[in-house]
Design a protein around this ligand. Structure first.
Ligand SMILES: Cc1ncc(COP(=O)(O)O)c(C=O)c1O
Length: 378
């Protein structure tokens, strides 16, 4: 049967995680923590399950969680989203991104993607008959050249996808970036679909500049988030979308026919847990220690890198070690030295090989030390 996504195959994350498991390798490939979420959170889930919160949640999410999230958003960003009309709970940021794209993209519409790009963006655009239009970000700093973005705008441009902190390259947008983006879209009917799943993981005293903090951007943005990344429970697949009322109405029309609603007891647990800011307030510091531990461990290796500024990924250049293709190298390292990574070329449409590997440092300290030690032997 012909495929609607002939280029897609099995995602690299599945491929590398399986290979890592088969080979007994340290899995620094897929982006999930090797440690558990707070026991308090699982106790809350148990509590709600035992007390009968086991039927369908309301389509847009339980009111308690929408309210908690709205309060948290006001606290963190000083921006208000109305819990009834502007906050929607969905089954992971992946669903939020898909619903946002589906809500706005009609056949023939153009969507600007900055590559390297997270792998779910292009399929979402393609499945809606849209046309991805690429702007390539270049190594080593992967800064966005906004003039290039501007050159790609046409009357058919419907949306721009933004991701900060960035997976895979670990960059973060500055307030100047937001100004430049705002200047481009200010007088145009262009939506922003903003993937901010690593919003609470930003290093070296920097700050996350959410699309919602700029009035010109807030009014046209679908801000997509993930509780999984913030609370160390990626397997629960709970995310959300914050967007102005009219955008939320269109978003919910799609969401109600994709999953309809999201797992109930977890929503109740999160509604309670979100009221304690300590966890997300300390998250940057927590992950900065992990980043520093990993880069200390590979410091004497022949890999070259700039420390990640956000997310839980570190990319490294292996140009001085070998000229193998990054995919081949990632597979070989998993098999031979038992350390799994992700080749960065998979995040480019044309599989551009800049000789970069991505390592996830959301792992326990021993694993980071051991993996680093092994990588130094290359
Ligand atoms: C940039 C980015 N966006 C979205 C997601 C998906 O988030 P969720 O698991 O909440 O669907 C991920 C997960 O790795 C990610 O790295």
């Amino acid at each position: 049967m012909p495929s609607k996504l002939p280029y897609a195959g099995t995602t690299i994350f599945t491929v590398m995680s399986k290979l890592a498991a088969d080979e007994g390798a340290f899995n620094l490939s897929q982006g999930y923590p090797s440690f558990d979420c707070s026991p308090k959170l699982t106790e809350l889930v148990n509590h709600y399950m035992k007390h009968g919160f086991n039927q369908y949640a309301p389509m847009s999410g339980i009111p308690e969680l929408r309210e908690s999230l709205s309060e948290k958003t006001s606290r963190v960003y000083n921006v208000h989203y109305h819990p009834e009309e502007e906050v929607t709970i969905v089954s992971g940021a992946t669903e939020a991104i898909f619903c946002a794209v589906t809500a706005v993209v009609y056949p023939g519409d153009e969507v600007i993607l900055l590559e390297p790009a997270y792998d779910s963006y292009r399929p979402a655009v393609d499945l809606n008959g849209g046309k991805p239009v690429y702007v390539t970000l270049n190594a080593p700093d992967f800064k966005i050249n906004w003039d290039k973005v501007k050159e790609k705008i046409t009357p058919k441009t419907k949306a721009i996808m933004i991701n900060s902190p960035h997976n895979p390259v670990g960059t973060v947008l500055s307030s100047q970036d937001l100004e430049e983006l705002a200047a481009i879209v200010r007088d145009k009917d262009i939506y922003i679909i903003s993937d901010e799943v690593y919003e609470h993981i930003v290093f070296d005293g920097e700050k996350h500049h959410s699309m919602m903090t700029h009035p010109v951007l807030r009014e046209r943005s679908f801000v997509c988030g993930s509780f999984g990344k913030t609370y160390h429970m990626t397997g629960w697949k709970i995310g959300y979308c914050l967007a102005p009322k009219a955008l939320t109405a269109s978003f919910r029309q799609i969401h109600q026919f994709i999953t309809f609603s999201t797992v109930t007891p977890m929503q109740h647990a999160l509604a309670d847990f979100l009221k304690e800011p300590e966890h997300y307030e300390n998250l940057s510091q927590y992950y900065q220690q992990k980043r520093d531990r990993f880069i200390r461990a590979i410091k004497s290796s022949r890999f070259k890198f700039h420390p990640s500024k956000g997310s839980f990924f570190q990319i490294v250049s292996y140009k001085e070690i070998t000229d193998e293709h990054d995919y081949d190298l990632a597979v070989r390292l998993t098999k031979e030295i038992k350390v799994a990574s992700i080749p960065v070329s998979v995040f480019y449409k044309d599989k551009i090989d800049n000789k970069l590997l991505r390592f996830c440092f959301a792992k326990d300290d021993e694993m980071l030390d051991r993996a680093g030690e092994i990588l130094c032997s290359l």
